[in-house]
Design a protein around this ligand. Structure first.
Ligand SMILES: *[C@@H]1O[C@H](CO)[C@@H](O)[C@H](O)[C@H]1NC(C)=O
Ligand SMILES: *[C@@H]1O[C@H](CO)[C@@H](O)[C@H](O)[C@H]1NC(C)=O
Ligand SMILES: *[C@@H]1O[C@H](CO)[C@@H](O)[C@H](O)[C@H]1NC(C)=O
Ligand SMILES: *[C@@H]1O[C@H](CO)[C@@H](O)[C@H](O)[C@H]1NC(C)=O
Length: 528
């Protein structure tokens, strides 16, 4: 500083220097101003070009894009020969495939199965039983047979079955000679039976958890996970999409401006990640019937919630020809349909006693939500029967919702958007709605056999249990433009996917593979 002092003094004294200083300052200011002006101009120009190419997509757009990508990858990567399938199996599951697997692949290929390798649902539902070993498995099955009701014991021996007439066994009739000998328990009820939180006990005892809250029992196993205690919903760690940073910013934007859309079914189905479900779903607040065991025993059931240990087989309704007969095809094309979300049904899902809040039934919550939105140009919904309720409660609900006439099966075809919700268990209408030329809006908490192959945002529009986004969703898909085009695509994609991957024979293929895997649990000296 000291060194410059004389120069500074000189500049203040000399008029010439003063003039130079003023000029320099003027030039500097002028230059800065010009630069700013130029930047403003360019900001006005370039971004408008920029925004059309790299602006964040609408979150729904992004979700459709990501799930479509995963779906297309799934279809593309399937094996084309038994050798390839065996190699892929070993990589995926790090063990040899079960006895009879090569024949299974042959059969699946002959039947043009779209899926050959991706049967992770089977892997997931059998995993808890792999540690038990054949002896304990057999003794627990025996114990459940003695103490459980509404269970059918099926023995397959030398190519014949001890039981006939169940939808699953009918669909496997011609394949029994391909199956090893085995015994399994078939659940006759639609509701799941195995809570499985007490995996050490060999005596299997069934309790009646009906007509009272069941959340505590159903989430007991969450507390045993590594993290200790219920995990928090916001953690987005478990699923492949939305992991890179680019997504994070678009998600933050989405949280500020829009309700949260369902991003991943593996997260939305997970009870441990979603403590808010406790009073939002019939099965947790007051299931109508619920005969289940806390013991760990293999039982074949058509649906379950994430914490339960039932082994999943296809829903009986999906096998039932009357649910999907050809007299029942949708005669209308998408464009000619009414631009609304439609739902009719009864209040199943709970037993609504006067001791409970009927508003916690998920179907009632949906109607209340739609009433609250109060937009008849977007919704056409109604409760057409009140059952499973104490008289006073039935009356209270009827007062709240009225009683429109019962709907015919085909009535939903008149609408572009059809809501599908769980009842006491899974929704038997799902496949009929997927096959129709409408878009299915699906809200569910149950896991099913098809979870590997039916994709949210590709085959249906997923709806959260909380329903916060429902109005936004209907608006997005019903307001023309991009959303309407996407809706038409989803309607068409689900219809063709029904014919490609959800045929009756696709369920047979699943059951066949499941039984090979199940039988291998009883192999002694197993190598896993
Ligand atoms: C499988 O696809 C081939 C070729 O499209 C067809 O000829 C055959 O009939 C199909 N088989 C079955 C069982 O659908
Ligand atoms: C198994 O079934 C075959 C015919 O399907 C029969 O010839 C054979 O005797 C049976 N074996 C036993 C042990 O029952
Ligand atoms: C849809 O159906 C309507 C009424 O039947 C018809 O006028 C229209 O041409 C059809 N649109 C397409 C794309 O097939
Ligand atoms: C619903 O909206 C209509 C007008 O659009 C209004 O007259 C009616 O009071 C509203 N109902 C409720 C329950 O808010």
């Amino acid at each position: 500083m000291k060194m410059h002092l004389p120069l500074w003094r000189w500049s203040l004294r000399s008029p010439a220097a003063k003039a130079i200083m003023v000029m320099v300052l003027f030039l500097i200011f002028f230059h800065i101003f010009r630069l700013r002006e130029f930047r403003n101009l360019s900001l006005n120009k370039i971004p408008s070009v920029d925004s059309s190419t790299s602006a964040p997509k609408h979150p729904i757009d992004q979700l459709i894009y990501e799930h479509r990508l995963r779906y297309e990858e799934l279809v593309k990567r399937q094996s084309r020969s038994p050798e390839e399938a065996i190699a892929n199996y070993k990589i995926r599951y790090r063990r040899n495939p079960p006895t009879g697997f090569a024949d299974w692949v042959q059969y699946a290929l002959q039947q043009n199965s779209t899926i050959i390798d991706d049967f992770d649902t089977i892997e997931k539902v059998l995993a808890p039983f792999r540690q038990l070993g054949p002896k304990r498995l057999k003794s627990r099955i025996e114990s459940a047979r003695r103490t459980g009701s509404r269970l059918q014991t099926v023995s397959i021996k030398n190519g014949t079955s001890s039981v006939e007439g169940s939808p699953m066994l009918n669909s496997l009739k011609h394949l029994l000679t391909k199956l090893p000998d085995m015994t399994f328990l078939l659940n006759e009820l639609d509701e799941p039976r195995v809570i499985g939180s007490d995996s050490d006990k060999d005596d299997i005892i069934f309790r009646d958890y009906g007509r009272k809250p069941s959340w505590e029992q159903l989430t007991a196993s969450c507390k045993k996970t590594d993290s200790g205690g219920l995990k928090i919903r916001r953690s987005k760690d478990s699923d492949p999409p939305n992991e890179d940073q680019g997504d994070k910013t678009s998600l933050e934007v989405q949280q500020d401006q829009e309700p949260r859309f369902l991003e991943s079914t593996s997260q939305s189905l997970d009870l441990c990640l979603n403590p808010s479900y406790q009073d939002q779903y019939g099965m947790f607040t007051s299931p109508c019937t619920f005969l289940a065991t806390e013991g760990l025993v293999p039982i074949f059931s058509v649906a379950r919630v994430s914490t339960m240990r039932d082994i999943l087989i296809p829903g009986h309704d999906y096998h039932d020809a009357s649910f999907l007969s050809n007299d029942d095809l949708d005669p209308l094309n998408f464009t000619s349909k009414d631009n609304k979300l439609y739902w009719r049904g009864s209040n199943t899902g709970t037993y609504a006693s006067s001791q409970m809040k009927w508003e916690t039934n998920h179907r009632a919550r949906f109607l209340l939500k739609v009433q609250n939105i109060n937009k008849t140009d977007l919704f056409d919904v109604g409760m057409t029967a009140y059952i499973q309720c104490d008289w006073t409660v039935c009356e209270a609900m009827r007062e709240a919702f009225g009683l429109p006439p019962r709907a015919g099966k085909g009535d939903s075809y008149k609408y572009k958007f059809v809501m599908d919700m769980d009842g006491n268990g899974y929704s038997g209408r799902f496949y009929r709605l997927l096959r129709s030329n409408s878009v299915v809006f699906k809200q569910t908490l149950v896991e099913q056999w098809h979870d590997d192959r039916v994709f949210p945002w590709v085959h249906y529009v997923p709806v959260t249990i909380g329903l916060d986004e429902i109005e936004h969703l209907v608006k997005y898909f019903s307001s023309g433009g991009q959303g309407a085009r996407q809706a038409e695509e989803i309607a068409a994609e689900s219809t063709s996917w029904m014919k490609a991957a959800l045929r009756p024979v696709d369920m047979t293929i699943y059951e066949y593979r499941l039984l090979l895997e199940y039988a291998s649990l009883f192999d002694s000296g197993d190598t896993s």
